[in-house]
Design a protein around this ligand. Structure first.
Ligand SMILES: Nc1ncnc2c1ncn2[C@@H]1O[C@H](COP(=O)(O)OP(=O)(O)O)[C@@H](O)[C@H]1O
Ligand SMILES: [Mg+2]
Length: 301
């Protein structure tokens, strides 16, 4: 069984312009490598590699292709082309297609999932941001790209520091009230493998920032979620319009009423925090083996 771990030119080892957070790539590869059985391999490969380079792999795991945001169509087309070779892709291209646009938050909210209140706007300007303060009855909003990751291209506005008159987001956007719990408590990440809770952590921003990503100095601690917090994350998985995929990282922040609200259901290329969840490698590989066995010709399970 040969696994391709999809990466990109700035996360692969040896890249001259390797990202500062590429240690996360190494941690995930190490977790998988340590859990391999004899005869199994995992190889990191650029998602842009020619299709011929994928011959011989049984499954492509979407690992660290952390540059697809501006190449969405090419990324999806590549996943579909890999799948068309008979190589299982996890998570599946349909799941990726659904998850790549954060507009899915509105769909989940409509299905009863507790999400951060969200306005979907085409290309907001100053007027839309000013209206959002009133709409949410708040003094601070976050504007982020519907297709985005790593807090790139994200804006943080207050009534005291609103956008300048000529400001335009330049992208389809989500606008949300700023939740102060991101600073006071942090962002919860609960990691599920095949729908089963695996491990959890809280990510906190560096002093003076509100972004929890390691690129901005964010740091994290493993936590065992309280029953109500675990239930909030499980409700997100149940609300998905498809069965729980191989891996899911559910990111939530506490709202003013004390319940955890969905920030993002990360089903494409989330970092899965192997150091906080030492069982991650074995659990992922077990899920992969289950998939490859049940899709084998003639198999009925
Ligand atoms: N509504 C919000 N309130 C407070 N902080 C937020 C809010 N939305 C985003 N953030 C901060 O910005 C970061 C990036 O936003 P997120 O929605 O997770 O997008 P992505 O991770 O895809 O860039 C979050 O991890 C969090 O630190
Ligand atoms: Mg996020």
């Amino acid at each position: 069984m040969n696994i391709a771990f999809l990466a990109c030119s700035t996360t692969l080892p040896g890249a001259p312009d390797r990202r500062a957070d590429a240690f996360e790539h190494d941690q995930q590869m190490a977790a998988l490598t340590a859990a391999l059985a004899p005869g199994e391999t995992v190889t990191d490969i650029d998602w842009r590699a020619p299709l011929a380079d994928f011959a011989g792999f049984d499954l492509a795991l979407i690992g660290t292709p952390w540059d697809y945001q501006d190449h969405r169509a090419a990324f999806l087309a590549k996943l579909e082309a890999i799948a068309a070779l008979g190589i299982a892709v996890c998570n599946a291209p349909d799941v990726v297609r659904w998850n790549i646009d954060k507009g899915y938050l509105a769909e989940l909210a409509a299905r009863g999932v507790a999400t951060i209140p969200t306005l979907l706007l085409d290309n907001p300007g100053r007027a839309e941001i000013l209206a959002a303060f009133d709409h949410f009855s708040c003094d601070r909003v976050i504007a982020k790209r519907r297709v985005g990751a790593g807090a790139e291209g994200q804006f943080d506005f207050t009534r005291d520091a609103p956008p300048p008159p000529d400001w335009q987001m330049g992208h389809p956007a989500l606008v949300q009230p700023f939740l102060p719990a991101i600073v006071d408590e942090g962002e919860h990440s609960l990691i599920f493998i095949d729908g089963q809770f695996s491990h959890g952590l809280i990510k906190r921003p560096a002093a003076g920032d509100y972004r929890v990503q390691s690129l901005y100095g964010g740091w994290d601690t493993a936590v065992t979620p309280a029953p109500a917090d675990l239930a909030a994350a499980e409700a997100v998985l149940t609300g998905l319009p498809f069965p729980a995929p191989l891996y899911a990282r559910i990111d939530l922040v506490r709202g003013p009423d004390g319940t955890l609200l969905l920030m993002e259901a990360e089903l494409i290329e989330p970092f899965l925090y192997p150091l906080q969840g030492p069982e991650l490698g074995p659990r992922l590989l077990a899920g992969i083996r289950r998939r490859l066995t049940s899709s084998a010709p003639g198999s009925r399970s």
